[in-house]
Design a protein around this ligand. Structure first.
Ligand code: GLV
Ligand code: MN
Length: 193
């Protein structure tokens, strides 16, 4: 959903300030600007979610600047969860490369569409909708995802709500979640920055 390019390419000059449609073009382009080796893994998934994401977006792969696409390599330990999040600037497509993954997204009417899918099976997440994935297998799982934006952005709900800096006031979160300060404090503690 990014704007259409007006030239063949515009490899991003990340040292320049971004402007409204991405980065200015760098001069002196070579073949290496159009290749990226960062999606191969394996990634270390020993973290609290059991998930690690390696992004190929304009910030890691400046050749994508103005091209309107990005990809991720997402790897899961057994039981790992990619937490509920949304991409404000992109629809997502994904394919399971390895393992067995419960994939779901929520409509703006709070209907959950979900399914367990296996290697070779694809899913989509309409732009901006909240979604998640969970490795339901006993072994590692791996997805490759693709986006129609050079920088899809991700609002990861638990972190957005409980791990922001500065913090969202407890008065807001206790009301919004119909709970008490102790519960909100516990969640904030878990996501402390
Ligand atoms: C998966 O949801 C991803 O954003 O790569
Ligand atoms: Mn996603």
């Amino acid at each position: 959903s990014d704007s259409d390019p007006l030239q063949d390419f515009c490899v991003g000059d990340l040292k320049a300030s971004p402007s409204i449609n991405g980065f200015p073009c760098k001069s002196g382009v070579s073949a290496s600007d159009f290749f990226f080796s960062g999606l191969g893994g394996p990634l270390n998934t020993s973290n609290s979610n059991g998930v690690t994401v390696a992004p190929a977006n304009v910030l890691t792969f400046p050749g994508l600047n103005t091209l309107g696409i990005a990809m991720n390599n997402v790897e899961f330990a057994p039981g790992g969860v990619n937490p509920p999040h949304s991409h404000p600037r992109a629809t997502e497509a994904g394919v399971v490369i390895e393992g067995s993954v419960y994939v779901g997204f929520l409509t703006t009417n709070n209907t959950l569409f979900s399914k367990v899918i296996n290697a070779g099976e694809m899913f989509v997440v309409p732009r901006g909708l909240v979604h998640f994935q969970w490795n339901v297998g006993k072994v590692k799982a791996r997805l490759i995802t693709a986006f129609n934006s050079q920088l899809p952005g991700a609002a990861v709900l638990p972190i957005t709500l409980f791990g922001s800096f500065p913090e969202i006031p407890n008065a807001v979160l206790t009301k919004a979640f119909r709970t008490d300060d102790a519960t909100v404090d516990k969640l904030k503690f878990n996501f402390a920055v």
